[in-house]
Design a protein around this ligand. Structure first.
Ligand SMILES: [Zn+2]
Length: 474
């Protein structure tokens, strides 16, 4: 689900913080929202010192020099996480992306792969942590490993178990947060990769390779999986047959077009052989194993033509060259016949139905958008909110949807000073919204204030960010 159109070799980046954001602050009269339990606590004050919540209570005091923001009873939630993004697909993408996240109340992102050298990714992460750059907290999980020649430039490559072990050594040495498996790995190499990741103490996340069964990934100890299609496919009695068809084609040396043709047949077969009982069993196994899923359901909007108008604000906030690339005719859409479109609609509906079942079965979900300049119409920030709306449309309560973006991510990433609850000692990553988000997520679209790493952006500062983005995107 990565479509990189323009490749840029050099990572030249200049990031500034155009908006003044205060370091210490006292938020008064806010209603704390506990997303884990669904409880509200009115009339609270929250003192932020540096990057940390220093105190929470009904009567917190602070020196007169500390700026105050009167919450007026508004609702305070932990800042949102988008657990699957790509902010490094062009040399300047973070300039726009980081601001778009803050504007939408997203104060944490997990990057899943890009074109910047790792040292440059690390450097930006450090500048955000130190407060030198204003942006969401950044988890670097883009150490993607694929079979040669690699689905995207710059990937780690492994075609044998030995190569897989060597690659994991390099990933661990460099200091990535996880190993990310990718689509074209063969099963032996994938299993060696999983074993080596476990030995190195690194989570294995990413795509379930196209020749590997979901069950095999569960028993290999895969910790997180990206995108939802392979869950639906594992609910089809023909999963193994579909995998075999691909293995045979690849063993026979099929070219890329032939491989894609084999995979293109999968949607129809899944629709024909999806089985409720098999699905219940599969989802129970996933829940039992704690296999976290980053669904990226919003990706499907592109295929159904659910796209923003050309003059929608979000379109105007991205660079003109990105907008131009996105609005080029797309071969995948041009190749859509009415029959294919209806097949796509049916597949999307089945994915969403299976997603609701997965959530109900206790499969842990990490809200994820796949936002990237390289992925047409997937917007940093906005698409995460769209994704949450899809969860609610699929049957989750607003609280359950919020849980996937606030509580589940920091717990899965093992972040020490964040767990999706509001408490003293935790990192001050927050969003203050006008209405109760446990009743309706629409209030997330227009936060009254956002706190990122302790830096308070009030409504005027957020408006400033928005105006800067609109000016830059012109
Ligand atoms: Zn992706």
């Amino acid at each position: 689900m990565q479509h990189i159109r323009s490749l840029c070799a050099a990572a030249v980046f200049t990031i500034s913080s155009p908006v003044p954001a205060t370091a210490d602050a006292l938020l008064t009269d806010v209603t704390l929202v506990d997303v884990a339990t669904g409880t509200l606590t009115e009339g609270q004050d929250v003192l932020i010192e540096g990057a940390t919540i220093a105190a929470i209570g009904p009567d917190v005091t602070a020196p007169d020099s500390v700026p105050r923001l009167d919450g007026g009873g508004r609702y305070l939630i932990p800042g949102l996480w988008d657990s699957h993004v790509h902010v490094f697909s062009t040399p300047t993408e973070p300039d726009t992306a980081l601001a778009l996240y803050l504007l939408n109340g997203v104060t944490g992102i997990r990057d899943m792969g890009g074109l910047w050298p790792f040292a440059a990714q690390k450097a930006l992460q450090a500048r955000i942590e130190s407060g030198d750059v204003l942006g969401p907290r950044l988890v670097l999980s883009g150490a993607w490993v694929d079979a040669a020649p690699g689905s995207w430039p710059g990937m780690f490559l492994a075609d044998t178990p030995d190569e897989a072990r060597a690659v994991v050594d390099r990933i661990a040495q460099q200091g990535w947060a996880a190993v990310k498996s990718y689509s074209m790995l063969d099963q032996r190499t994938y299993l060696a990769l999983a074993e080596a990741a476990t030995k190195a103490g690194l989570p294995l996340v990413g795509h379930i390779p196209e020749r590997v069964a979901l069950k095999t990934a569960i028993s290999a100890g895969q910790d997180g999986m990206e995108h939802f299609g392979r869950v639906t496919m594992a609910c089809a009695t023909a999963e193994e047959r579909m995998l075999d068809d691909l293995r045979r084609a690849m063993d026979a040396g099929a070219d890329q077009q032939a491989i894609l043709a084999v995979m293109a047949k999968r949607n129809r077969i899944i629709l024909e052989t999806w089985d409720q009982q098999l699905c219940d069993e599969t989802l129970a196994q996933m829940a039992e194993a704690g296999l976290h899923v980053s669904p990226t359901l919003v990706v499907a909007d592109f295929y159904t033509g659910t796209l923003p108008a050309p003059d929608a604000p979000r379109m105007k906030m991205i660079p003109a060259e990105t907008r131009d690339a996105w609005t080029q005719p797309d071969f995948r859409l041009d190749a859509m016949t009415d029959e294919l479109r209806s097949l796509a609609q049916d597949s999307i509906a089945l994915d969403r139905r299976t997603f609701a079942m997965a959530h109900a079965a206790g499969v842990p979900i990490l809200a994820s958008s796949d936002a990237s300049f390289a992925n047409p119409y997937l917007f940093h920030g906005f698409s995460l909110l769209d994704e949450l709306d899809l969860y609610v449309a699929a049957g989750l309560s607003p609280r359950e949807a919020l849980f996937t973006a606030t509580v589940a991510p920091p717990r899965f990433f093992g972040i020490a000073d964040q767990d999706g609850t509001l408490a003293a000692g935790h990192r001050a990553d927050l969003a203050l919204v006008d209405a109760n988000p446990l009743q309706d997520l629409r209030t997330l679209r227009n936060p009254y204030a956002v706190v990122a790493g302790g830096r308070l952006l009030d409504r005027a500062a957020l408006d400033g960010l928005r105006d800067d983005l609109l000016a830059a995107g012109r």
